[in-house]
Design a protein around this ligand. Structure first.
Ligand code: 8YV
Length: 322
């Protein structure tokens, strides 16, 4: 019998083709509906490998029914949907897709920063809705980006790639990270500072930190109060790093100027969520890495990792201890 692989979302045929000869592969075939928990549990019972998405909770229950499970390849750099410790206890390798998505996610982060600062979404709607009747000196005037200070929270590979973009815009670069990044300091002139110092002095506060017990609710009311009134907050990491209610209050009270958000506490966000009613919020449906090229690279990386582990080799991007 061939080893069995379950893929929790529909992927293009060309991405799964390399697995077809050696393995039995089943894909959840609904493009825009997450695999129901009951189906995931049933599949985990049979699977040697799972190819998962951020929306799949891979926890002790999955590992304990998945008696044959050897590898979980997550189509993301983040893996906060997976209980890493339990995976190790059950001897399951967990792999992610680092680096291949850094440029694409940095592009999107910068697009969100620019859209928010220069009010691109509001302005585009203004034209399409036929509201452009005359030119006015301050019509849809936003904030400059060049020569301003960007504060990057989380200087991993996406953070340092955003810093490169910022350098091209002649920005001053501050960053806060668990450890100092001497290469980024030397190459881009980025300045390491405390979290408080960063939020107090940056014009753009860009959140790119992974979601962990330490970073959950990192951005609260007190933090937004410390920011400049003209500050623009960008989140392209994980929703729960931010207290959304506090962010809403800060925007409502004009404690900060605007926010660009690719991620939310609950995804998909409820369309009635008050944040979405604010004109100074640009909201995107978690599309940081969503270019065709990069998503194909991510899928290929997952497929390669699964094949390596099921062939008895080391995966390329294992994140948990053995
Ligand atoms: C995911 C992401 O690819 O990589 C991550 O951690 O957040 C995105 O790039 C996307 O959420 C699909 O799982």
């Amino acid at each position: 019998m061939k080893p069995y692989i379950f893929i929790t979302r529909k992927l293009p045929d060309e991405a799964v083709e390399p697995l077809k000869n050696k393995y039995e592969v089943t894909m959840w075939d609904k493009e825009d509906v997450a695999v129901p928990r009951s189906v995931l549990l049933e599949e985990a019972k049979k699977a040697d490998a799972l190819l998962t998405m951020l929306s799949d909770k891979i926890d002790e229950e999955i590992f304990s029914v998945g008696e044959n499970l050897k590898v979980v390849a997550n189509l993301a750099v983040g893996y906060d949907n997976i209980d890493i410790q339990k995976a190790s206890e059950h001897g399951v390798a967990v792999c992610n897709t680092p680096d291949v998505l850094a440029d694409t996610t940095a592009d999107l982060t910068f697009a969100l920063l620019m859209a928010t600062a220069r009010r691109i979404v509001e302005a585009a709607e203004f034209v399409k809705e036929g509201k452009w009747k005359s030119w006015a000196p301050l019509l849809l005037a936003g904030h400059d980006i060049h020569h301003k200070t960007i504060g990057i929270v989380g200087m991993g590979s996406i953070g340092s790639t955003v810093a490169k973009r910022a350098k091209g815009f002649d920005m001053n670069i501050l960053y806060h990270n668990r450890s100092r990044k001497m290469d980024v300091e030397a190459e881009l002139g980025a300045i390491y500072c405390s979290f408080d110092e960063l939020v107090e002095s940056a014009d753009f506060i860009v959140c790119l930190t992974p979601l962990t017990a330490e970073t959950k609710d990192l951005f609260t009311k007190d933090v937004f109060k410390k920011m400049k009134k003209t500050a623009i907050f960008i989140n392209a990491s994980r929703g729960p790093v931010v207290n959304e209610e506090d962010l809403y209050q800060a925007l409502e009270a004009s404690d900060i100027a605007a926010a660009g958000l690719d991620v939310f506490e609950q995804e998909p966000i409820d369309p009635a969520h008050p944040l979405l009613k604010l004109p100074n919020v640009v909201a995107l449906p978690h599309i940081g890495s969503a270019s065709i090229e990069t998503r194909m690279d991510m899928m290929n990386m997952c497929v390669e990792n699964i094949d390596l582990v099921l062939s008895g080799q080391e995966s390329k991007t294992r994140v948990n201890k053995k």
